[in-house]
Ligand binder design. Structure first.
Ligand code: R5P
Length: 282
């Protein structure tokens, strides 16, 4: 039985469709004091699949409560699908005194589950941060599907070196074009100076690829640089469309013609479903 967290209702329904598992009735509401209440009113005969992107502090707590409610309803196995794991970017000790918050929340989710499935985590070692068996699946190849089929000599550009494998994945699925990634020039950390490592942009259609877009700062700066360098059409793709702080309008103003992202987060651009990839891992 699939139990959907409030932040992942669309994806949960699609996973139910892809797997043939029924969607269970999980009610989530707030008490007047702001605390969460979760109820699973049906009994669960075998396994429960809790689907919840932990995109907010409340969603983290909701995930814990849903795991517990699933057990109480009789689940013999609990699988927690965390398509987008929150605190993804607090994956290092950047300053003295920092903690690796991603590890903290991964550990918190572990006792209540038999295994975890997540999608394209920002942190390469994310699976090891859980204390339950965890699998990271790759949904990036699915981002090619909604792209226009008539792109001119398309250049698939990872927004940095870490995003290059994602760009290669989208390129392989699209079937034509070339791949590169952006690097800041030596001595510069400013995104405004970003330039492709090798490829020429002039006269080509450019598809930017990243694991996620948060404020849109990285992608919009890159888009503007591509337009200035003579790109014909510019598209943005990412796995996790956080789209905080007016990011969507920032991208459009930077010349991005359209953006395609997956449904690990439910946003206006979440045209691509990772449900089939998750279903294969279940
Ligand atoms: C960085 O390593 C990430 O892959 C993203 O490029 C970045 O965090 C996106 O953030 P923003 O949209 O705020 O620039």
């Amino acid at each position: 039985m699939i139990l959907s967290g409030s932040a992942s209702q669309t994806l949960a329904a699609r996973i139910a469709e892809a797997t043939g598992e029924p969607l269970g009735a999980a009610e989530v509401e707030y008490f007047p004091d702001g605390e969460l209440n979760v109820e699973v009113t049906e009994s669960i005969a075998d396994r429960a699949i809790v689907v919840i992107s932990t995109v907010s502090n409340d969603a983290h707590l909701e995930a814990l409560l849903l795991q517990d409610a699933a057990r109480q309803a009789g689940a013999k196995e609990v699988v927690t699908v965390v398509p987008y794991p929150g605190y993804a970017r607090q994956n290092r000790k950047y300053r003295p005194g920092d903690i690796v918050s991603l590890r903290t929340v991964a550990r918190a989710l572990s006792p209540g589950t038999d295994r975890v499935i997540t999608v394209n985590p920002h942190e390469a070692d994310a699976e090891e941060m859980f204390e339950a068996p965890a699998t990271a699946v790759d949904g990036s190849h699915r981002l090619a599907a909604p792209l226009p089929g008539d792109l001119t000599d398309p250049l698939f550009l990872g927004t940095d070196q870490q995003a290059r494998p994602l760009a290669e994945s989208v390129h392989n699925s699209y079937g034509t074009g070339t791949v590169d990634h952006l690097v800041p020039p030596a001595g510069s950390a400013t995104a405004a100076d970003l330039a492709p490592t090798e490829a020429a942009i002039d006269g080509r259609d450019v598809v930017f690829v990243d694991d996620f877009v948060a404020t849109g700062g990285t992608m919009s700066t890159a888009a503007r640089a591509a337009t200035d360098a003579g790109a014909e059409r510019v598209f943005a793709t990412c796995v996790h469309p956080l789209l905080a702080s007016g990011a969507w309008s920032k991208l459009l103003r930077a010349g991005v013609e359209d953006m395609y992202a997956t449904d690990t987060l439910e946003r206006i651009v979440s045209d691509v479903s990772v449900a089939p990839v998750i279903a294969d891992a279940l």
